[in-house]
Design a protein around this ligand. Structure first.
Ligand code: HPA
Ligand code: ZN
Length: 337
């Protein structure tokens, strides 16, 4: 094991940008396809993996939504989440905030409760076995209507005790955050926190809208913020957490090569940048592989890596006491390295 790998593994980290449907590995997809007697668009695991050659966000989403069709019962959602949680634990994730896309499932006739109960069972198991804490974030699909998001919020509210926040994902271009102003306002009135994907493929104005109109606590991706100097300054001043996903950005051609990624420049500009895996089964790695990829391509120092881990704890939906505990653990890890 390279020294950075051991160091990154031992740093306590929170993962703040992880779509549970994006942890569906081809092997599990084939097992579930067989179980439910549904056919997949590819004949074998190898053929399926070979199709993970994306040109942009939409080319990925088309396959991602197609494969999600194998997720049918509570046990499927439990198994999906548990295999992610085991891997995250091995890589030093101590707290995870998981996105799920209710509409991807309810549109196929899968009950909202089937999804939440399956995921929740796995999260409780990870807490018991590993001491790993968690939050669940229900995302609205922005390519669907605001009305559809309102109906989804009704279901979220039925399961309010399991869900901490709402989010916004799917095809960004042409679907500005303001389209969902009313449903986010209603979610906030019910005490839900909020996050939104913005500035991944969409313009920096979408980041401003997510902050000002949706009043989100964090921005998912946000890497296009550096096209607007005033926004960059604001994000630094307000210490807004950006949940950056380096391998995703290269796979979806947001940056041509990891050496061109702006993560290090954003860190140097004082932004609260974090590293996350987004859809690890599709993008070539979990959180550790994401840290390693930027560490090597951008020549990050151990202090940079510790800052990324500290930012992940600071930006998590954890109470102040838990944050203090993890930040001290990071200090101890840095001192002992
Ligand atoms: N962007 C938008 N929607 C998504 C993503 C993403 O990176 N991953 C899963 N749904
Ligand atoms: Zn994402």
């Amino acid at each position: 094991m390279r020294p950075e790998e051991a160091y990154i593994r031992t740093l306590p980290k929170a993962e703040l940008h992880l779509h549970i449907e994006g942890t569906l590995e081809p092997e599990l997809a084939f097992r579930l396809a067989q179980k439910h007697r549904v056919s997949l668009p590819h004949a074998s695991v190898a053929e399926l993996r070979a199709a993970y050659d994306f040109t942009d966000l939409q080319s990925f989403l088309d396959l991602y939504y197609a494969l999600a069709d194998v997720l049918r019962d509570r046990q499927d959602f439990h198994d999906l989440a548990l295999s992610y949680l085991e891997r995250a634990h091995e890589q030093g994730v101590v707290h995870t905030e998981i996105f799920f896309d209710p509409q991807t499932h309810t549109a196929r006739g899968i009950e909202f409760g089937t999804v939440v109960e399956g995921l929740h069972g796995a999260l409780l198991e990870a807490e018991r076995r590993f001491g790993m804490t968690h939050r669940l974030i229900a995302c609205f699909l922005r390519h669907l209507s605001a009305q559809d998001a309102e109906r989804t919020l009704d279901e979220v509210l039925h399961y309010r005790e399991f869900i901490t926040a709402v989010g916004l994902d799917s095809s960004e271009r042409g679907h500005p955050p303001a389209k969902f102003a009313a449903v986010f306002a209603r979610a906030r009135r019910h005490g839900l926190l909020a996050v939104a994907h913005a500035g991944e493929e969409g313009p920096p104005e979408y980041i401003v809208e997510a902050l000002d109109v949706l009043q989100v606590q964090r921005i998912d991706h946000g890497v296009r913020c550096d096209e607007d100097p005033a926004l960059l300054q604001r994000l630094a001043r307000e210490r807004v957490t950006l949940t950056v996903c380096p391998l995703s950005n290269v796979k979806l051609c947001v940056f041509e090569h990891m050496t061109q990624h702006n993560l290090k420049r954003l860190l140097a500009a004082g932004l609260s940048v974090t590293v996350n895996s987004d859809d690890p089964a599709y993008f070539g790695g979990y959180i550790l592989e994401n840290y390693l990829a930027v560490a090597h391509a951008l020549e990050l120092t151990r202090e940079d890596l510790a800052s990324l881990a500290r930012n992940s704890i600071a930006g998590a939906f954890l109470d102040e006491e838990a944050k203090r505990r993890w930040l001290s653990a990071i200090d101890a890890c840095v001192a002992g390295a």
